[in-house]
Design a protein around this ligand. Sequence first.
Ligand code: SF4
Ligand code: SF4
Length: 403
Amino acid sequence: MTMMQYRTVPKNGDKLSALGFGAMRLPTRRMSIDEERATKQIRSAIDAGVNYIDTAVPYHGGESERFLGRCLQDGYRQKVKLATKLPPQNVNTREDMDRILGIQLKKLKTDHIDYYLLHGIEGSQWKRLHDLGVLDFLDTAKADGRIRNAGFSFHGDRKAFKEIIDAYDWTFCQIQYNYLDETNQAGTEGLQYAASKNVAVMVMEPLRGGMLAGKLPAAVQQVYDKSPLKRSPAEWALRWVWNHPEVTVVLSGMNDENHIAENIRVCQTAFPNAMSDAELATIADVVAAYRGLVPVGCTGCAYCMPCPFGVNIPMCFSMYNDYHIGANRILTRGMYGAMLMGGVMPARADASLCKQCGKCAKACPQHIAIPDELAKVNRTLGGLRTKILMPVVRMMFPKEVKE
Ligand code: SF4
Ligand code: SF4
């Protein structure tokens, strides 16, 4: 019988399953978590060797943590390392941090969180939390045992990522990483930087919100069809992430029994540096096929940043490109609203802020006509169809953390 693959956290020696269970897309029934089915899924994944469970306040409108508290009864809590996150949008004072952690411990029916993250920080959100005393909070919570390890999840640019890595003795971080995000956000450079500082890296969005699994654009599927290896697109994408020795846990937001079984099967043999040159060449061809389909050839290098008017240029282009190459369009609009139009992040950074000053375009090695392209992004993603989604987006990130 093959066994679950475990990878070691450099700073504490924990052996974590290379596949982590993300509790953000659990099976639902009549708009609520299908508790019976989700409990069976999570417990059977733990029985198969998964020992890292990741949740957060906003998942399932605040219900994911509460559900996990119940799901991990009957001895399952002791079998896993539990990760949850401090929601920056709900933190306005140093006291809020203790209050929210207290609520999370109650909801999760536990006396400690094994892996505690600052949720989804980037440059400005990090600075705000830092000034409110978040490092003192983490030190105190570690010292009194409420949390065991501190980390952060991240959606900003590489410069901000390195600054945050250098600012504290983090045990781990969590980044978006997949074969289309090598130069986007933290990217491969960030992954390697974290690893060089002995910071474990948990990977989220290995399938880019499902975009790299299921039905792919024809030009991309043709590349996979040429390979003698008959694998699902999801297996290819996951194997690529696990191929990186710097990656500790790959989080998958699972809700389908067949997908869970497939992920566990793939994880058992997807060791670091296990992919052959031919397999890596297939992935390189897949990336090239995607690049041929995107409307803006932005590599996410961020040389154009910062924009004096606050536009997050690479993120605008990344979402605009996703919109055109098979991502779920409503979800992409929702993300654009949440991340860039002030839905969740404190400052707006969307394409409508562009004043056409032209400063960024001079710095772009890809010679992208950035202001013109941003005008198109704004027309596509910044319009009424996104604005009417904003109340839903805000509802998903409640103002209050309730018990
Ligand atoms: S052209 Fe627009 S995006 Fe570029 S720097 Fe000026 S305001 Fe910012
Ligand atoms: S400089 Fe050009 S390629 Fe780099 S992130 Fe900005 S727009 Fe994209």
